[in-house]
Design a protein around this ligand. Structure first.
Ligand SMILES: [Zn+2]
Length: 287
């Protein structure tokens, strides 16, 4: 219990020294703790765009990595059992287990390739989940299943717990901001894109003629579990009005209805509804 408790990630930056010691990780070339003393002044400046635009820009042309998974829906890695319309989280259990204490411990490892500032952004994005839910990210030790943050090409993630080492790719510079990190983590916790929801046609219209050739499947609906929460234009999981557009800024691909002028897909952090459904899926009490 004590050793388990010590694995819990820090809740504030002031505890970052403990964070690095708990991880047991040291720089193998210099022997120094290069993630000691995280400094809030080193936060990466976020681009003014929403997370969905940043992800799309980083993933342009990305459909299959060399010897990696296929990427569909823009940033969702496909397993060998993935099918186009099935949501793995409704087809089989793929949530992370709750402990008897009511917390959901999710082991993580962050690649040493990230700079200290990038590592800081990832950690702060993770810690935000601690503040609003019963999710607790812990350093991976001997855990079999864990999230492995690494800088492959593009920003992408699998949906739900896959078992074993599970990659979340956050390309350096392009994908390391709070919104993109939280978006990809929510995929790994079991969530699909907002505009893929089973009830999306009541809230948005997809303009198929404006979609880039070969990209229409990114707008397929999925048999999602919406957990009784409303459709949310400000979800961090919602793509922007010009996602996969033949002409960005001119030809919209996602038009909100009935108010076609409503702002959509501009979030740079989790919305209240994102948090609400996270707590519902994981049966978090008191959040
Ligand atoms: Zn996504």
């Amino acid at each position: 219990m004590t050793s388990f408790a010590t694995l819990i990630l820090v809740l504030s930056l002031t505890s970052s020294a403990f964070f690095s010691h708990a991880s047991g990780e040291r720089n193998s070339t210099t022997g120094e703790d290069d993630d000691n003393e995280l400094d809030s002044s080193e936060r990466e400046t976020e681009a003014p765009q929403g997370a969905s635009d940043l992800i799309e820009a980083a993933n342009t042309g990305l459909e299959r990595l060399r010897s990696g998974p296929w990427i569909k829906f823009g940033d969702i890695a496909q397993t060998s059992t993935s099918t186009r319309n099935a949501d793995p989280c409704t087809a089989r259990g793929c949530t992370w287990p709750r402990s008897y204490r009511g917390y959901v411990y999710v082991p993580i490892y962050i690649s040493r390739k990230y700079s200290r500032a990038e590592r800081n952004v990832i950690i702060q994005s993770l810690v935000e989940f601690h503040r609003v839910s019963c999710i607790r990210f812990v350093w991976r030790r001997r855990h079999r299943d864990y999230l492995y943050f690494c800088p492959f090409t593009g920003c992408w993630s699998y949906i739900g717990r896959q078992g074993g080492r599970q990659v979340i790719s956050l390309q350096q510079r392009r994908c390391v901001s709070r919104g993109t990190v939280q978006h990809e983590i929510l995929h790994a916790l079991g969530f699909h894109h907002e505009q893929s929801r089973s009830d999306r046609d009541k809230h948005v219209r997809i303009e198929a003629n404006n979609v880039l050739p070969g990209k229409l499947s990114n707008f397929n609906k999925v048999n999602t579990n919406n957990l009784g929460t409303p459709y949310d234009y400000s979800s961090i999981m919602h793509y922007s009005r010009f996602a996969f557009s033949k002409q960005r800024g001119v030809l919209p691909t996602i038009v909100p209805i009935p108010d076609s002028k409503a702002v959509i897909g501009q979030a740079d952090k989790m919305s209240g509804n994102d948090i609400k459904r996270l707590n519902k899926l994981y049966k978090c009490r008191g959040y």
